[in-house]
Design a protein. Structure first.
Length: 252
């Protein structure tokens, strides 16, 4: 779908934004992890497929490192749908990549009143059903929110000094898991509103770890929409192995 000005639309449209400029250094490999082959295709391809197959998504914007924009991997991924756009808007940090890509969307004529769903490419377990669950909840409430999971494990706080000189970590107390959630993505907010709060957070050098944290710093209380265990983030080699097993089982 064209990304032209939608000011005449009677209701806001939804767009996806995938920041993919990271190096994935903790996982290792010759390519950034989002472009490494996982269960038969580049990991980024799973998230792209999920958004392409979500009818509510009008366009998909992928912010990549300028040095990677001409890579042949991107050409193959572009063939999935004409709604996909790769932009050389990657920055040194995730929040800068998101800000830069939001700026590109606004320059292209996307309405500032539209919704944007920011999703980690390293979460290939996302599905159209989960995306639609978030869209429907946020659209009905008229305020931003994110997929998240209530914490199930018991939490322990370690003694900050216990691991000095190679000593083992030691628990000093148990932290109640009541009211604690583990954030996932997508995280869905108004496009211009999100751009403004991230730009301000970067200007203030605030600790912005995700889009919801930027909104919280601006005084918002994002909705928590229960996600799914399969939507975990691939960070370490063990995560990669687990996700590969999950995707192979799902695809067979």
């Amino acid at each position: 779908m064209p990304a032209g000005n939608q000011s005449s639309q009677s209701s806001p449209q939804c767009h996806a934004l995938l920041p993919t400029a990271g190096t994935g250094s903790r996982l290792g490999g010759a390519l950034p992890k989002q472009f490494q082959e996982l269960a038969g295709k580049p990991m980024l391809g799973y998230a792209l497929d999920a958004f392409v197959n979500t009818p509510e998504i009008a366009s998909i914007w992928v912010g990549v490192s300028p040095s990677f924009i001409d890579n042949s991997i991107l050409s193959a991924l572009l063939s999935k749908s004409p709604s996909i756009r790769f932009t050389p808007s990657g920055g040194p940090t995730r929040q800068e990549t998101v800000r830069n890509t939001l700026a590109e969307m606004l320059k292209a004529g996307i309405s500032e009143n539209d919704w944007v769903l920011v999703h980690d490419a390293a979460r290939p377990g996302i599905t159209p059903k989960l995306i639609q669950k978030l869209i429907h909840a946020v659209s009905q409430a008229g305020e931003g929110g994110l997929l998240a999971m209530p914490l199930a494990d018991t939490l322990k706080m370690a003694d900050a000094n216990s691991a000095i000189a190679g000593n083992p970590n030691r628990a000093v107390r148990t932290i109640s898991r009541d009211h604690l959630w583990q954030a996932q993505t997508p995280q869905m907010f108004g496009l211009k509103q999100l751009y403004d709060v991230i730009a301000e957070g970067i200007r203030l050098e605030a600790d912005i770890t995700d889009e919801a944290s930027a909104m919280e710093l601006a005084g918002s209380n994002p909705l928590l929409i229960e996600g799914a265990t399969r939507n975990f983030k691939v960070t370490h080699p063990a995560d990669w192995d687990l996700m590969q097993t999950l995707l192979q089982t799902t695809n067979n």
